[in-house]
Design a protein around this ligand. Structure first.
Ligand code: SF4
Length: 532
């Protein structure tokens, strides 16, 4: 029985109905429907064995578990509903990880800001930490260490900025240590200290200089959610708002990747996601894709998985060697796979903003080419059966009204692009960490128009993409999933229409939402305001 327990909350400990993309749904609040409906759609519970060990677990947590097991430490990932088996009692240490503990990352702040409700990830994280057996174990001396990408949300600095975070951390009896950065090596030291009863550092930031080398990064021992397998770490594009850019770039050799894929295949997984901050950079020391590295990686993944997806790719990388994508398509879209998905950070339609905040994003092209590059990449992607989620940043400190208008123009040019366009509020990460957060009560009318266009575009294309999305589910199961999600899209469309937030391209109007009792919207025709 483990003396070191690792866990994540329920929104993380789920396979999201076998579709990683549906994990986005956990960053929303439960709007009008009960939380159970959202759980069914976006984070159904993960199966566990008799000990409460989940069949699949978040990849990052699996890495930490592997590092501890290889150091001879008795550690296991436990499902958050089964923590009571080990605490209070055997567990001397609880390691927590997640994606967005308190709903402070861009998607959660955007959805909760627009809907004015608490996001599901925050609700579930707080619920997990407030479980009586967790509180009691902590009170009796069990230490808690927080890590993973959202570790910054529990630091002293964040607690000082956000009093409600401080109140929550006090309520759960404090966090003994917060660890930021790549902890594959460091975790063994801090866990040994904690088990020996030595004092722990309250906050540790592992610098990129101390990031582990490839051969020091452990191989997972148990299955990861949705067969996710890391192929490398780091990104050299240097965007000012991104923390990833601070890490050195490292690529795993194929045999290391294959070992992890096989761990997942042996646990019964038929599909998997290749993870890196730009999959098409695999094996490259610079910003030029290397075909001789990339194609063997795709062949390897397809040899073991029926369905292969990607986590991220960059527009400029796609367009640097546009003839590579058709070759990858011919490898991946065989058997019963006819498409794949990926997340792409498009961020803006404004060349000026590219130059100011993310000049590396467009390399080796010029910033002035950016909108045209994005439109061409959209055609290339859809022609090769790739249907991405494209994220945009709203409210960067350098953003002007003209930048937003250029992004609106880009959305209109992408109107027939089969994809989901996701604008998100800026959250200071990376080099901009000291910058004030974008205030969601300061959303301009232009920015509202942008959100409404994205919503209308997304609802329109969700409908057409649903059939493909569940192509790996046969017969009744596939039909049931398609029906379930089609009804949800209908529900969202109904709500959006009722609220008057659907917005077609070319209208170029900004609905007035004047709250004064003298101006009921029903009494006033919506004015049309030219934006150019
Ligand atoms: S391209 Fe993406 S991962 Fe790389 S630095 Fe920019 S935002 Fe970060």
């Amino acid at each position: 029985m483990p003396e070191v327990v690792l866990t994540s909350d329920w929104t993380m400990m789920s396979d999201h109905n076998g579709k990683e993309f549906l994990g986005f749904g956990t960053t929303t609040p439960a709007l009008l429907l009960p939380e159970a409906a959202y759980r069914r759609l976006f984070y159904p519970p993960m199966d566990c064995d008799a000990d409460g060990f989940p069949r699949e677990a978040p990849y990052g947590l699996r890495k930490i578990e592997a590092a501890l097991l290889e150091a001879g430490i008795d550690a296991r990932i436990v499902h958050p509903s089964h923590l009571h088996r080990y605490m209070p009692g055997e567990a001397k240490l609880l390691l927590i990880s997640g994606h967005d503990y308190l709903g402070l990352n861009p998607p959660s702040t955007t959805f909760s800001g627009v809907m004015k409700k608490t996001s599901l990830n925050r609700i579930n994280f707080m619920r997990m930490m407030r479980q009586p057996h967790v509180l009691e174990a902590h009170r009796r001396g069990m230490k808690i260490i927080a890590g993973g990408p959202p570790a910054w949300q529990l630091t002293e600095e964040t607690r000082q900025k956000l009093p409600w975070v401080d109140a929550f951390v006090r309520e759960i009896g404090g966090i003994d240590a917060v660890v930021e950065g790549e902890a594959d090596l460091f975790v063994v030291d801090i866990v040994r200290k904690a088990l020996a009863g030595e004092p722990l550092p309250a906050h540790v930031v592992i610098s990129p200089r101390d990031a582990p080398r490839v051969e020091q990064i452990p191989t997972i021992h148990y299955a990861s959610i949705n067969g996710l397998t890391e192929i490398g770490r780091g990104c050299c594009r240097g965007c000012s708002f991104c923390s990833v850019t601070q890490r050195p770039t490292r690529w795993y050799p194929l045999d290391k990747i294959e070992q992890e894929i096989l761990v997942n295949v042996r646990s019964g997984q038929h599909g998997g996601l290749l993870h890196s901050d730009d999959v098409m950079f695999y094996g490259s020391p610079n910003i030029m894709p290397r075909e001789e590295k990339l194609l063997p990686l795709m062949q390897l993944a397809k040899k073991h998985y029926d369905h292969v997806g990607w986590s991220h790719v960059a527009v400029a990388t796609l367009m640097t060697k546009p003839n590579l994508l058709p070759k990858i398509h011919d490898i991946l879209c065989t058997g019963n796979q006819t498409w794949w998905g990926v997340e792409i950070g498009v961020e803006t339609g404004s060349p000026r903003l590219i130059t100011k905040a993310m000049p590396g994003k467009v390399a080796p092209f010029r910033a002035s080419q950016w909108p045209e590059l994005v439109v061409q990449a959209a055609g290339l992607l859809n022609d090769n059966s790739v249907y991405p989620a494209c994220t945009f940043i709203v409210g960067l400190p350098q953003e002007t009204e003209e930048d937003v208008i250029q992004t609106i123009d880009l959305f209109e040019d992408l109107w027939d692009f089969k994809a989901i366009l996701v604008p998100m509020f800026f959250v200071p990460l990376g080099h901009l960490k000291q910058t004030d957060w974008f205030r969601r009560d300061a959303v301009s009318e232009r920015q509202k128009e942008l959100f409404e266009l994205a919503l209308t575009h997304g609802l329109r294309h969700s409908r057409t993409l649903l059939d493909r999305f569940f192509e790996d589910r046969d017969g009744l199961a596939g039909a049931a999933y398609r029906t379930l999600f089609a009804r949800f899209v209908d529900f969202l469309t109904f709500i959006a229409r009722e609220k008057g937030v659907l917005h077609e391209p070319g209208e170029h109007y900004v609905p007035h939402r004047i709250e004064s009792p003298l101006h009921h919207p029903e009494d006033m025709p919506l004015p049309t305001i030219p934006v150019r």
